[in-house]
Design a protein. Structure first.
Length: 226
C-alpha cells in the first residue's frame, strides 16, 4: 500500500538523503584514495631504513576509510531503491546497516581523537632514528646511505630541514634550497610533520561530521516509513 501526503513527502526526502549519502560515500572514498596516493604523504610513509618501513598507522586508517566509503555507496544505493519501492524489508535492513555504520564511525572518531598525535609521533621518531644514524661518526657506510636516502626523501616531500638547529647544520647538504636564494629551508621537519598530519585529520573530521548528520536524518526517515 502506497504512502500518501506527509508520508509521501518523507519517502522522497529519504530518497534525496540516500542519494546524498551515496554521494558522501563517493566523497569519503575519493578523499581516502587521495590521502593514500598524495605525493607528500606517500613519500614520507613509503621510506625504509635499516630494514624497517615507516610507521603504517596512518595508512591503516586510510584503508578503513576506503572500506567505509565503498560500503556507504552500496548502502546508499540500497536505501534509494528501498525508498522508491516502499519496501519495509529493505528499509529495515537499510536502517540496521546505518546503525552499524554510525556506531563504527563514532568508535573510529573516538579512536582517532585519542590517537590523533600518535601518527606524527611515530613519523618523527622514524625521522630522528634516520637522522641520528646519518650524523653518527662510527655508523656503517651502508646504514649511512640508507639514512641519507630517507632524509633526502622526507626533506624534499616536506620542504624542511633537520629536527633541531644541530641536526640542521649536520644534515645541511641533504636539505632543499630556497628557489633563487640558495639558502636552506628554515622550517624544521618536526613542525612540518605535525602540520601535514593535522591538516589531513581536519579533512577527515569535517567529512565525518557531514556524513554523521546525513546518517541521523536517514535513520529518522527510515524509521517513520517502516
Amino acid at each position: 500500500m502506497g504512502v500518501e501526503g506527509c508520508m509521501k513527502c518523507i519517502k522522497y526526502l529519504l530518497f534525496v538523503f540516500n542519494f546524498l549519502f551515496w554521494l558522501a560515500g563517493g566523497v569519503v572514498l575519493g578523499v581516502a584514495l587521495w590521502l593514500r596516493h598524495d605525493p607528500k604523504t606517500t613519500s614520507v610513509l613509503e621510506t625504509h631504513f635499516a630494514d624497517k618501513a615507516a610507521p603504517s598507522t596512518f595508512f591503516i586508517g586510510v584503508y578503513i576509510l576506503i572500506g567505509v566509503g565503498a560500503v556507504m555507496m552500496i548502502v546508499g544505493f540500497l536505501g534509494c531503491y528501498g525508498a522508491i519501492q516502499e519496501s519495509q524489508c529493505m528499509l529495515g535492513t537499510f536502517f540496521a546497516c546505518l546503525v552499524i555504520l554510525f556506531a563504527c564511525e563514532v568508535a573510529a572518531g573516538i579512536w582517532g581523537f585519542v590517537n590523533k598525535d600518535e601518527v606524527a609521533r611515530e613519523i618523527k621518531a622514524f625521522y630522528d632514528q634516520a637522522s641520528t644514524a646519518y650524523i653518527t661518526p662510527l655508523q656503517s657506510q651502508e646504514k649511512k646511505e640508507q639514512a641519507k636516502a630517507v632524509l633526502i626523501a622526507m626533506h624534499k616531500a616536506l620542504d624542511c630541514c633537520g629536527a633541531s638547529f644541530s641536526t640542521k647544520v649536520l644534515t645541511n647538504e641533504l636539505c632543499p634550497k630556497q628557489v633563487g636564494v640558495g639558502k636552506n629551508i628554515k622550517m624544521d621537519c618536526g613542525t612540518r610533520i605535525n602540520e601535514l598530519f593535522t591538516e589531513k585529520l581536519y579533512i577527515i573530521g569535517i567529512a565525518a561530521v557531514i556524513v554523521a548528520v546525513i546518517m541521523i536524518l536517514e535513520m529518522i526517515f527510515s524509521m517513520v516509513l517502516c
